[in-house]
Design a binder for this molecule. Structure first.
Ligand code: MUC
Ligand code: MG
Length: 389
């Protein structure tokens, strides 16, 4: 009888986390920060068979949006997460993520980037797109809204009209919560009037109001014809969120209040939101995003494909997860790559006819442009000095 050689799995051989700083096409103004460049952590995960999986993590305005920054994400990967993964089975994503979750608290952005890279590598090895690894795509393309956040109402209207004309976007989100609520409402009403009844306008307050302010302001926003209000109060003020959701007809969306399935369960039990904003970064990966979506679906809550202003790798990774969601009633805001002047991938995502289209290429279907990566990496100066010294 022939001896069967012992099965030796493909293992994780090396992991690199590189920060790149990419300029934006214009300043992007939110309640808590103004974004002029996006700092992305690009993960390169090399397997023992030579396959390269890629992933990405980012944030908005350093530590302005959440408790994790690109720098802390890079450090968490280098010092803690990568050493745990090296030598592990590269084909068992569930086991790899369980190991990380057992040994490292938090760090959802870093975990999301690493899981993305593992899924990308596995998909390439099996010849399957990531959405097939997640059980299959319910949709191959998804609507993408655009955020009007130039800080100027007139410029925002012009921007929206141009994007509708180009068939890029027909739903617009306005970032409010900075300055006086009355000025915010006037800004929203102006844009809504200019774009017309047919155009869905949503607003994101990014936690900036207290409950009393939110009560008055949401009543006025409803009057102005706003179709969705995102995170009007601080993330931990869930009882206030629930009272607002009960009080108003306009749907209230939880964003900062929801990370993973545990939050989804509590928010659903408390009837604290009509819509959940899903983000792979908040959930700590694509698989946990789908678990979060499943809780929302079970509770009859609308799902929305959110962004942390990821670049092309993070946006396409998000799109693979959102493609596999049971429903996506509120579409997506995966416009991050379009806000960037330049990119570190060879082919940018396919946006047309108001939607983002996913390919069936193996893995993520995205390749790194190594020249661009070398150009935009933050440690370029230091690397050059080290080489020439
Ligand atoms: C957020 O809070 O939703 C999404 C779109 C945008 O402009 O900012 C992000 C963050
Ligand atoms: Mg938001």
């Amino acid at each position: 009888m022939n001896a069967t050689p012992a099965h030796s799995p493909t293992t994780i051989a090396s992991i690199e986390a590189i920060i790149v700083d990419l300029p934006t096409i214009r300043a992007h103004r939110l309640a808590m920060t103004t974004v002029n460049q996006q700092s992305l952590v690009i993960v390169k995960l090399r397997c023992s068979d030579g396959t390269l999986g890629i992933g990405e993590a980012t944030s908005i305005g350093g530590l302005a949006y959440g408790e994790q920054s690109p720098e802390s994400t890079q450090l968490a990967i280098d010092a803690y997460l990568a050493p745990l993964l090296i030598g592990q089975d590269a084909g068992n994503v569930n086991a790899a993520m369980a190991l990380l979750n057992r040994q490292v608290q938090g760090q959802s952005y870093a975990k999301s980037a690493l899981e993305t890279a593992l899924l990308d590598a596995l998909g390439q090895r099996l010849g399957l797109p990531v959405h097939a690894l997640l059980g299959g795509a319910v949709r191959r393309s998804m609507p993408v809204l655009w955020t009007l956040a130039s800080g100027d109402s007139g410029r925002d209207v012009e921007e929206a009209l141009g994007l509708m004309e180009a068939r890029r976007h027909r739903v617009f989100k306005l970032k409010i919560g900075k300055g006086e609520p009355a000025a915010n409402i006037a800004h929203v009403a102006h844009i809504k009037r200019a774009l017309g009844a047919e155009v869905l306008i949503t607003v994101d307050v990014n936690q900036a109001w207290d409950e009393a302010t939110a009560q008055g302001a949401i009543a006025a926003l409803e009057q102005a014809g706003v179709g969705l209000v995102e995170q009007p109060v601080p993330r931990r003020h869930r009882a206030a969120l629930a009272r607002l959701a009960a009080r108003f007809d306009v749907p209230i969306m939880a964003d900062e209040s929801i990370n993973g399935p545990e939050d989804a369960l509590e928010l659903a039990q408390e009837a604290a939101a009509d819509v959940f904003a899903l983000k792979i970064s908040k959930a700590g990966g694509l698989l946990n995003t789908l678990r979060t979506a499943a809780v929302g679906e079970a509770a009859g809550i609308g799902l929305y494909g959110g962004t942390l202003l990821e670049g092309s790798i993070g946006s396409i990774a998000s799109a693979h997860a959102f493609a596999a969601c049971p429903q996506l009633r509120w579409g997506t805001e995966l416009f991050g790559p379009l806000l960037l002047k330049d990119d570190v991938v060879t082919q940018r995502p396919d946006y047309r006819d108001f939607e983002l289209h996913l390919s069936d290429a193996p893995g993520l279907g995205v390749s790194l442009d190594e020249d661009k990566l070398a150009h935009y990496r933050r440690d370029r100066q230091r690397t050059q000095v080290a080489v020439t010294a």
